[in-house]
Design a protein around this ligand. Sequence first.
Ligand code: C5P
Length: 224
Amino acid sequence: MKKNKIFVACDTTSIIKIKRIIKETQNSNIKFGYKFGLQFLNSKNGRKFVSSLKNKITFGDYKLADIPNTCVSTIKAVKDLKFNYITIHISSGLKAIKAAKKVSGSTKLIGVTILTSLDNKSLKEIGFEKDVKKLVYKQAKLAAKAKLDAIVCSPQEIKIVKKIFKKEIITPGIRLPGDNKGDQKRVMTPKQAFQNGATAIVIGRSILKGKIKNNIQKLIKELN
Ligand code: C5P
């Protein structure tokens, strides 16, 4: 299972918890990375902690959704953190994602498609006329056009994205068997996501709730 890459969503403000996650994910034949989102990055000691990490695969989940100028200046502003990956919403538009790609340098730029917490009903509420699959397909085309390095989509759209986008496909919306979906709508288990062709998965609450050590063991067992 060497090919599998797993990003643990470090959705907490507790550095102790994150250190535990890092400790429990060493010495496995699975490649682990650590995803830091808005909660941790905006917490008092979050940024400093990320800057102290050495030899880890890191993922800054900023989910930029802004005008080209702001996307570009934000990517420049976090260069010192040397993230391996950073996210931008493809819905920021082709100009914004192209401009962001121009300045992202060695950090891989990931285009985020329709959030995994949305379904066709929620899209209609926002005013989108197309369904999830059609929108994700369109967004994958834009990501390819802007030469982004990776796409975030739900595991349910991997096959559609693969038709058009040939680089990394990273899927959140992952639950260990038996776990609650919570606010996520389009979910699969880690095994199903990899079987569908994900190159990496993102998993948060299935790891963070309860005993981190046991959850990570359960995850590793599921994939071995
Ligand atoms: O706890 P859970 O596994 O649902 O967390 C999923 C993580 O992936 C969260 O950090 C969330 O912000 C992120 N994410 C997502 N859906 C996307 C993009 C990112 O759930 N489309």
